[in-house]
Design a binder for this molecule. Structure first.
Ligand SMILES: [Zn+2]
Length: 194
């Protein structure tokens, strides 16, 4: 019986280990060079300001308190401790942005990928280009606005968790396209550079 007990013990340890690894693995996104400054940061601020100024009524109803959330994210734009949005290089260019703290993104609520669809259309594989929400060319004003509306919906607790879950991510994008169409159209028409 001691033999059986021992097998059960080690099976239990193994299951626990796999479980813990799974939980930690799911929450981690590898980010290098995290930053709250530079030209990319200015682009993030311009896009957040564009949303704050131009958000349509239906989008505002879908993302309640979004303007307050934007103020919190931008902080005073000077003291990095008060700024909760930033950018960095992601291990996977397929991920444009991430909301939530991980060991590598402490001090950031929203992190935008320098090498993702917010800033660029260049995919890891040169045969492909990056699109946001299956329709906006990476790096365009509309791609930037869609990406941040999507992440804001996470920050506000409106979206469902979608890390490593494409179907959930698509549902979250659909909520944005269904309710924030006017704001996205304005972004598409906007002549300046966000
Ligand atoms: Zn998402």
């Amino acid at each position: 019986m001691r033999y059986v007990g021992s097998i059960l013990y080690w099976t239990g340890v193994l299951i626990l280990f796999v479980f813990m690894f799974n939980i930690l693995g799911r929450c981690q996104i590898a980010v290098t060079n995290p930053s709250k400054t530079g030209p990319q940061q200015e682009s993030i601020y311009r896009t957040l300001d564009f949303i704050s100024t131009n958000i349509d009524m239906q989008c505002n109803t879908t993302l309640p308190m979004v303007q307050d959330m934007i103020k919190v994210l931008e902080g005073d734009r000077v003291n990095p401790d008060l700024v909760l949005v930033g950018h960095g290089t992601f291990e996977r260019a397929g991920v444009a942005a991430y909301t939530g703290a991980t060991p590598q993104t402490v001090g950031y609520l929203i992190m935008i990928a320098d090498n993702g669809g917010f800033f660029t259309d260049k995919a890891d594989d040169p045969k492909y280009f990056i699109q946001i929400a299956h329709k906006y060319h990476g790096g365009t004003n509309a791609a930037k606005v869609e990406t941040l509306l999507h992440e804001l919906s996470h920050a506000l607790g409106v979206a469902e968790a979608d890390y490593n879950n494409t179907a959930a991510g698509d549902r979250n994008d659909k909520r944005i396209s269904d309710n924030c169409g006017k704001t996205l159209k304005l972004a598409e028409k906007y002549k300046g550079v966000l």
